[in-house]
Design a protein around this ligand. Structure first.
Ligand SMILES: [Zn+2]
Length: 163
């Protein structure tokens, strides 16, 4: 759990170097991404650890030929939502407005997820095939068939490696 000082530090950093973006992808599904980029890799890593999600990538751009940019981002809706809730009280007007817009989009994303009757692969979300995962705050459905396929594929890879 982040301390108040850490949260304020992260919010100040995000205010200067970060952004929330909202876009609509295929099938009209909306996504929200949080990203933050700067030259100081250690600072970006510290932010990533505090956010507890997402990935840090090292990029070179045309304008920054000699010094790479370290870019952290996540489009995981739960991670973005947690981050917004954490930072919102500290953000200035412009970013706070964008953050509220992102929360609004995320609430639709989650309603859509709850109303879905099948997983992305088309397995039914019925009693037998559905497992509830999560903690006290957030809970979501997990497809047992997909989980089984995933475990089998991982098992097969592990056997191929040890053979
Ligand atoms: Zn499935």
């Amino acid at each position: 759990m982040a301390t108040e000082a850490e949260i304020a530090w992260a919010a100040g950093l995000f205010e200067g170097e970060g952004c929330f973006s909202v876009w609509t992808g295929a099938h009209g599904r909306s996504y929200v991404r949080a990203q933050l980029g700067m030259k100081d890799g250690d600072v970006v890593e510290r932010f990533a650890a505090l956010a507890g999600a997402g990935k840090v990538r090292k990029r070179r751009t045309a304008h920054e030929r000699w010094s790479p940019i370290f870019e952290w981002s996540t489009a995981d809706s739960e991670a973005v939502r947690s981050l917004i809730v954490l930072l919102l009280p500290w953000l200035g007007e412009r970013r706070a407005a964008k953050a509220r817009e992102a929360l609004e989009v995320l609430s639709h994303v989650q309603t859509a997820a709850k109303n879905r009757t099948h997983c992305a692969k088309g397995h039914p979300y019925d009693d037998d095939n559905t497992r509830i995962e999560g903690d006290g705050t957030y809970r979501w459905r997990r497809c047992r068939s997909c989980k089984r396929d995933y475990d089998q594929a991982r098992h097969a890879r592990a056997e191929a490696v040890s053979a």
